[in-house]
Design a protein around this ligand. Sequence first.
Ligand code: ATP
Length: 288
Amino acid sequence: MNSRPDSAHITPISATGLHLSLGANMVLRGLDLAVPAGAVVALLGRNGAGKSTLIRCLVGLSVPDVGACNLAGCPSMVLSEAVRQGLGYVSQTPDLLDWLTGYEHLEQLGGLYAGWDNSHALCLAALLQLPLGVKAKNLSLGDQQKLSLVLALGHRPELLILDEPAASLDPIARRAFMNALFDDPAGAAPRTVLISSHLLADVERLASHLAFMRDGRIQLFGERDELSEHLRLLECAPAQVSAELSAQALHQRWTDGRLHLLLDGRVSAQAEQGRPLSLDELFLELNQ
Ligand SMILES: Nc1ncnc2c1ncn2[C@@H]1O[C@H](COP(=O)(O)OP(=O)(O)OP(=O)(O)O)[C@@H](O)[C@H]1O
């Protein structure tokens, strides 16, 4: 059975009705997400919104209390070997073997993938200026993150799930990483990507879709260009706000005696009286 994520009719990444409590925290609260094939989705949200928890559920490292998640149509808790072979995953904290050098990581972990392309991995490492001869425990945090990225990309995965992969990279390494991710000279860049990040400028360059997460749910999901075209911020004095307008808002908040309404021009005619928002402003509006 071909359960690789390139099967055209299968949603590569999906979560339905996910609930998960960790200790006393209800971290996921009925989360739904469907990532279309070929999308590069930026998963955005404040600290503690539940992004890593969602990602851990998607790759099968955490079990939701309720709900289902699938990669390439395969339940995350029992990923088939075919799906594993087509998946690249980088966790928030580099997960390396302290006593092995970079070269030894490529040899031992790369060997787990039938499609491992060692010369591709070496090219990526060179691009990122990663010192492969050094033991993982002696690498800086940024270099550990680079090694994790090389390990996640060396088999040219069709599905890539990255949890804040560039948080510890310097600006030059971040740029190199973005190039490595999307300008594969062999034309085999990953087809579908989910990447959690707080680096909004990077996200603006790379994402085709945005998924805003808050309080354990996806608050807003859509194509980046469409969101930018249709979303408007309308600032009103209290007397100007009707119940109907308020009901049309995707999000609203009071600030300095004025109501900020986030409107979608496809739903609300009054959106045209508002103004477009930058990604930073949209993040701020949705999270305050
Ligand atoms: N093992 C645990 N036990 C109890 N609570 C936990 C546990 N792991 C995570 N949490 C809580 O779950 C919530 C979501 O954490 P998560 O790491 O998923 O958020 P995040 O959106 O990835 O945050 P960040 O942007 O800071 O990485 C937080 O409130 C966190 O304290």
